[in-house]
Design a protein around this ligand. Structure first.
Ligand code: ADP
Ligand code: MG
Length: 695
């Protein structure tokens, strides 16, 4: 099969629908997808049977309402299509009702107190804006997941709501410029980073198996300092993985486009071509799942954790975000006409204001225990949210603010005629890799998202925050007597008020941390630091006003994330203590005993023999093993104590302040012991093996 033939062959997409549905039903479906019009039950029935026919022809035997609970991964429960005929036979059956709504036991998914235990039912509702697909003989129907009372228990529901909110408010802005656009959608292209390591080595490490990251591991002689992996040639085994991955993703309609080696050894990246945020989110979930499955077939393990290895880069997900109209215009593309540019500048200002006003929520959206290790660790953006616009654009904003003429290199500027708008650079390709929220020519790149996270959360926040800016701008401009004057004043005052969020320099530097503090920007280094943002009154007001979350849903999410933090740390701490007690201390002890014996043997044989190595090493290792043993005791005791704290916030806080530093200290001691213990005795594959083991 050629690639164009293969592409989307396992997706019940637009072409398939056009082929299988009558013109009327197809039009109804199209209106539903593109303009959000409801489907009639009879149309749903017709679509369901067409979908079933297609699925059965493609080998599917089961269907599932595929959803994205708050665990951040996807969930599915398979039902077969078979339905008894009454005469002992079966037919393959699937109705509109089954397509549209499913009921499932929600009691084992996190709800943060939204769902009383006596009402454990949850509902899945078809999301017709994302196409159904077949995976492992199962027809997967993308759905939203809600409680009996209609509260969102998933990541898709608020995402869809936020897309509606920004559509509504963006249209108000476009109307002001005389546009008759019908719909504004947000688009996203997430660049996915991941590690591939050898399966046999992975299986020897309980930390990787239970926690997705290494909890111990001495620094190898070589890390990423030579920069020889980034964009380096791809090893055959990895290439075979990538080829199969692309094949599978293409058949599932995922626009996998770019693949390359990343900065750290064994680290790679896959970028798709951007699409509607909702579909991009579903596709990213599929991509992560397929990556893991295909890796297995190549005796590899795909690690999506944000910080699997200390001392080398972690993995993130650059969330490229923009706004596009149903007429195919990218609203973050600087325009050709003065009018377009005025509109562009206003939209740009809306994003600047949004990022400044909701920096706390943006940080919340990427707050996971794993991402705490990555943000600010000299590779990823810091925990401080700031924006990079590039020198050209920033000096334009400066000149608008000061009312002065903007005079840069003339030939790069295009001519625009409105008084208050300066000439505008067409192409802004400056790059600043250290910025958390960077303008890259015609889109923004939010770089704080963790590699294993669903991109839904970050996009919910971006969409809602920008919707709020649009709403405020529209409120101000809609009633203005002199639109041009009001627009001018609004752009100027927005720049003045929010320029503190703009930073073009090196965001890794400690000077920036000081400067950001002076500017009053927030700097939440950990999950417990960031999470109260979820329930801050200003954020609740905004997210409820736009119908994205209810207050109860925000409280629930706050609870879920804090509980998750404590759970993850409990698992990590328990894994550490188990590794230490069962394998590491015994190994150190055996090695120490053996070299002590070797030293005695040597001196017995030859009194003047030099035993400096043995004596020094035995000394070092016995001191370290004593310390390690004591630390494990303290850690276990504190884990017990902290785990009993009833309040989720206080518990997470204590994990962060008490347990994490103890884990760090334990790791340092174990890593020092690894450095002086014979590799023959050390029970775990080393960092060198893990990071350079795939060839
Ligand atoms: P890089 O950031 O590595 O230089 P690109 O600029 O080519 O790479 O694109 C990175 C990602 O941004 C890709 O996934 C691409 O599809 C996506 N992208 C490009 N344009 C848009 C847009 N208008 N909206 C959302 N994502 C976009
Ligand atoms: Mg990029």
């Amino acid at each position: 099969m050629s690639i164009p033939e293969k592409f989307g062959s396992m997706v019940f997409g637009d072409a398939e629908m056009r082929r299988r549905l009558s013109a009327e039903i197809y039009a109804e479906m199209k209106n539903c997808v593109e303009l959000g019009m409801p489907l009639t039950p009879s149309a749903a029935d017709v679509i369901a049977s067409a979908m079933r026919d297609w699925a059965v022809e493609h080998g599917a035997t089961h269907y599932t309402h595929w959803f994205q609970p708050m665990t951040g991964i996807t969930a599915e429960k398979h039902d077969s299509f078979i339905s008894p005929t009454g005469d002992g036979g079966v037919v393959m059956d699937f109705s509109g009702k089954q397509l549209i709504k499913g009921e499932s036991d929600a009691s084992s998914f996190p709800s943060g107190g939204l769902r009383a235990t006596f009402e454990a039912r949850g509902y899945t509702a078809w999301d017709p804006t994302s196409y159904a697909f077949i995976k492992d003989k199962v027809l997967c129907i993308p759905t939203a997941f809600c409680s009996y009372g209609g509260e969102a228990l998933d990541k898709k529901t608020p995402l869809l709501r936020s897309m509606e909110a920004i559509d509504k408010q963006a249209l108000r802005i476009l109307r002001l410029f005389g546009s008759d656009v019908k719909k504004v959608t947000t688009t996203v292209g997430p660049e996915q980073e991941y590690f591939l390591i050898d399966r046999s080595l992975y299986e020897k490490r309980e930390d990787l198996i239970f926690t997705g990251r290494t909890l111990f591991g001495a620094k190898p002689p070589k890390g990423q300092e030579l920069d020889d992996h980034y964009y380096g040639s791809i090893k055959p085994r990895v290439q075979a993985f990538m080829d199969e991955l692309n094949d599978e993703l293409w058949s599932l309609g995922v626009l996998a486009k770019t693949e390359h080696n990343e900065a750290a050894p064994s680290q790679h990246e896959l970028a798709p071509i951007y699409t509607t945020t909702n579909i991009a989110t579903d596709h990213n979930q599929i991509t992560m799942e397929v990556m893991k499955n295909i890796a297995k077939k190549h005796d590899l393990v795909c690690i999506l954790h944000e910080k699997p290895f200390e001392g080398v880069n972690g993995s993130g997900k650059h969330n490229n975000w923009s706004l596009s109209t149903d007429t195919g215009v990218n609203l973050l593309e600087p325009g050709d006409t003065p009018q377009d540019n005025a509109q562009f500048l206003l939209i740009l200002c809306a994003v600047i204001k949004a990022v400044d006003d909701y920096q706390d929520m943006l940080r919340v959206s990427v707050a996971t225990p794993a991402n705490d290790h990555r943000l600010g660790a000299d590779e990823a953006p810091p925990a401080i949210v700031s924006m990079f616009l590039g020198d050209e654009l920033e000096s334009i904003l400066d000149s608008i603010e000061n009312g002065s003429a903007y005079d840069a290199k003339k030939e790069q500027m295009m001519r625009i005629g409105v008084d208050f708008l300066p000439k505008f650079p067409r192409d802004n390709t400056d790059r600043n890799r250290t910025s958390p929220f960077a303008f890259t020519g015609n889109k923004f790149e939010f770089r704080m998202v963790g590699s294993s996270q669903s991109i839904a959360g970050a996009n919910v926040v971006i969409n809602t925050a920008v919707a709020e800016s649009f709403a405020q701008f529209a409120d101000e401009l809609e009633g203005a007597d002199d639109f041009v004057a009001a627009l001018n004043a609004l752009i100027r005052s927005t720049i003045k008020e929010h320029k503190r969020i703009l930073f073009n320099g090196n965001a890794y530097s400690s000077e920036w941390e000081q400067e950001a503090k002076r500017r009053g920007l927030s700097n939440f280094k950990t999950v417990p630091d960031a999470m109260p943002g979820y329930i801050a009154p200003k954020n609740i007001a905004t997210f409820t006003r736009h119908g994205v979350f209810t207050e109860a849903e925000m409280h629930a999410r706050y609870e879920i994330h804090l509980q998750d933090y404590s759970k993850v740390l409990t698992i990590e701490a328990l894994t550490m203590t188990e590794m230490v007690k069962k394998k590491i201390l015994p190994a150190i002890s055996a090695f120490t005993a053996d070299i002590s014996r070797a030293a005695s043997d040597k001196t017995a044989f030859l009194a003047v023999a030099d035993t400096s190595y043995e004596r020094k090493t035995v000394g070092e290792l016995s001191a370290l093993s004593g310390k390690i043993y004591a630390l494990v005791g303290t850690l276990s005791a504190d884990l017990d104590k902290v785990g009993k704290i009833a309040d989720s916030y206080e518990r997470a806080r204590a994990f962060c302040d008490i347990v994490v530093p103890e884990m760090d200290e334990l790791r340092r001691c174990v890593d020092s012991a690894e450095e002086v213990t014979s590799a023959d005795y050390w029970p775990y594959p080393s960092y060198g093996d893990l990071l350079f083991g795939v060839n």
